[in-house]
Write a protein that binds this ligand. Sequence first.
Ligand SMILES: Cc1cc2nc3c(=O)[nH]c(=O)nc-3n(C[C@H](O)[C@H](O)[C@H](O)COP(=O)(O)OP(=O)(O)OC[C@H]3O[C@@H](n4cnc5c(N)ncnc54)[C@H](O)[C@@H]3O)c2cc1C
Length: 365
Amino acid sequence: MTDFYAAVFGAGPSGLSIANALAKKGKSVLLIDPYVSENAPGAPAGLVNPATGRRARLSWRSRECFDALNPLLDELEKFADNDAEPLISRSGVIRPAIDEKLADNFLESLEKYDWPEEWIRWMGPDEVTEFNPEIAPNHGALFLNNGFTVFADRYLNTYRKYLRVKLGVESRYEEGSYQYENNSGTFSISLQEEQFSAEHVIIAAGFNAPRFEDWEYLPLHLVKGQIVHFEADRKLNWDHAVSSMGYALRRGNRELVVGSTYEHNFEGLDTTDDAYRRISEKLENMLPNIAKRVKKIWQVAGIRVTTPNKLPVIGRHREIDNLCIYTAMGSKGLLFSEYTASLLAGHILDDTPIPEELGTDRFHE
Ligand SMILES: Cc1cc2nc3c(=O)[nH]c(=O)nc-3n(C[C@H](O)[C@H](O)[C@H](O)COP(=O)(O)OP(=O)(O)OC[C@H]3O[C@@H](n4cnc5c(N)ncnc54)[C@H](O)[C@@H]3O)c2cc1C
């Protein structure tokens, strides 16, 4: 008998959602992360948007992802202190076509994908101007009713607290390591001053996942990104997110979070002036007048993990059956994590198959 059913390494969106999925099924979970806490600073905002990239592709299994994410958000909002600042802003996402090519792509997307009718609509340029006069001259826009802004720092900290308080997840915000015990087929988990045993280990350590020796064999690709948190000189009069070739997300009365860069070759995690310049250009292309009236409050860089098919990788290790990976959320961690966690939990608990396009099997010979 082990101390925990599962030890999860990493308390980002992936680690939290798999801890939640297992704890909800009555399993004991130990959550370990040396770099965050329940009061950690973090990205001030992130976007949940099912119309992806320049082609506004309907993202992978969006319905299932929304169906898994929405009840969690309701639950976390209920759990959060009523006086606390909001965790999300359900105010939709406008995707202005700031050039003709984007307009062609967006109109094609409406035809090409099986969009649920209530999710998406086309707005002509006049309607866009009426809707938000600050948006740059455009050829029309897509509006995603079900897209929303997540105040990521608050969301993650609330989620961490919720797991501990409501579901009894043991949380340790400190260095930890695991050792597979061949004799028992279980793991010993070493923390700074404690030692535990666990039946399963799940690595959900984001860009550090490939640094765990057992997972070096996965073809994970790292893409750095930077966002800038700006403050405008006066109140901004809209709530919705703006996403064209970059995004601008509203927070508070006067703040805008603008991102992001996609850097495939990079040195280190520091923010750079070059990325700042490119983000400022994105803001200028989307909201030209606002761009003249903002000052930078903060900026931060992070790393996305992707795989060749741009989808998450979840599943078991090729040799150690009860060692699992949960990573490669790319730029969709907020939308994907709850649904993919339910798939991984189902696989660990009941051996339900993992969709081929996500499984670790695709990398095994
Ligand atoms: C600039 C930028 C903008 C983005 N914008 C969006 C957006 O708008 N919408 C969206 O959905 N996604 C966005 N993303 C992507 C999103 O951040 C990721 O998809 C998501 O964070 C992945 O979650 P994760 O838990 O797998 O990894 P992470 O968020 O990286 O979390 C991994 C966790 O593991 C911990 N860890 C690291 N090493 C160890 C270790 N050795 N032991 C234990 N724990 C460890 C880390 O501290 C961290 O808390 C953005 C990413 C970047 C870089």
